[in-house]
Design a protein around this ligand. Structure first.
Ligand code: PSU
Ligand code: MN
Length: 307
């Protein structure tokens, strides 16, 4: 059992740094952990967490790594807790499984959706992730719980698109159906996680953290219940060409997989196919998205927000 000096809010464990920042109205960026338990290779995970922490702090915001520590939903996990989560081989928890892993005292890395639930519950607005879940191709009705959360919770989610293995057109359609506002960050095109472009035009674009805040605020003032998704293209110097990614995805899809393991399995196959640069890119885009989320958090914290 890991001893902690955390405070508890709404049943959620909060680290002293995050509790202090929440009380002071500071800028906080919530980050998921499923990408570390089930996305990146194990040896890349801890250095990536460290880089994210450093970058968010450098922007003047507080990084809140979210996950389930022996059944305790936690906001602001320590490095030790993250290492224990990886050692315990915690499961990947989505909105649907979060109550079970908490109730039955298990370890788990939270998906973007589960992270959104925890963040919203304690009053954190900005969430950063790599790629959101979405609609898987085929007739299996596999639609990520990330999308439901985006439709229901009034957050700002910064990502680099939906994951390359998904049906991107169907994913964009479902986001629209759920009333989720989607904008590109300094781009007109939907990024493809591994690629800067996908040939799909986004409904709108923003140029600055200030504009992101303006759109999010407008969503609140018109009574929208949903999130604002900001699509931030991956760093161009590491991004891949679309044909290379398409070929890797096609090869990965030849391996049958379904359910919660579908995303991690397919992503691992694509990653192996694309080689080590894909891991570097994954890390770099996580850091870049966390940075942008920090900048947005700062603007909101500075300008204040009232309904
Ligand atoms: N990015 C990765 N690997 C992952 C994920 C993201 O490189 O495993 C996770 C995210 O946490 C995302 C989740 O929220 O996959 C979606 O999974 P599903 O399709 O099962 O909802
Ligand atoms: Mn699924």
């Amino acid at each position: 059992m890991i001893e902690s000096q955390q405070s508890k809010s709404n049943g959620i464990m909060i680290s002293p740094a995050i509790a202090g920042s929440l009380a002071a109205g500071g800028a906080i960026v919530a980050l998921e952990t499923a990408v570390f338990t089930h996305g990146l290779p194990r040896d890349a995970a801890v250095p990536c967490v460290r880089e994210i922490r450093t970058s968010v702090k450098a922007e003047g915001a507080d990084p809140a790594i979210c996950g389930v520590v022996e059944g305790r939903p936690t906001i602001g996990m320590s490095d030790l807790e993250i290492e224990c989560l990886l050692t315990a081989e915690g499961e990947k928890t989505s909105p649907a499984t979060l109550p079970r892993v908490v109730g039955l005292r298990q370890w788990a890395g939270t998906t973007a959706g589960a992270t959104m639930i925890l963040a919203h519950h304690v009053g954190i607005t900005c969430v950063a992730t790599g790629g959101i879940g979405g609609v898987h191709p085929g007739a299996g009705h596999d639609v990520s719980g990330d999308l439901t959360c985006l439709g229901r919770l009034p957050l700002i989610v910064i990502c680099s698109g939906a994951k390359a293995i998904l049906d991107l057109d169907a994913t964009m359609e479902v986001l629209e159906t759920l009333g989720v506002t989607v904008v590109g960050y300094r781009t007109d095109e939907l990024p493809g996680f591994y690629t800067c472009t996908t040939g799909r035009r986004l409904p709108g674009r923003v140029e600055s953290p200030h504009e992101i805040m303006a759109v999010w605020r407008a969503a609140r003032s018109v009574g929208s219940p949903a999130s604002l998704v900001v699509m931030n293209p991956p760093p161009a110097h590491l991004a891949f060409d679309a044909p290379a990614v398409e070929a890797a995805v096609r090869r990965a899809r030849q391996t049958p997989c379904a359910g919660p393991s579908a995303t991690p399995t397919l992503l691992r196959l694509v990653q192996e196919d694309l080689g080590p640069r894909s891991v570097q890119l994954n890390q770099a885009l996580l850091v870049a998205n966390a940075r942008l989320a920090a900048q947005v958090g700062i603007v909101i914290s500075r300008e204040g927000y009232s309904r």
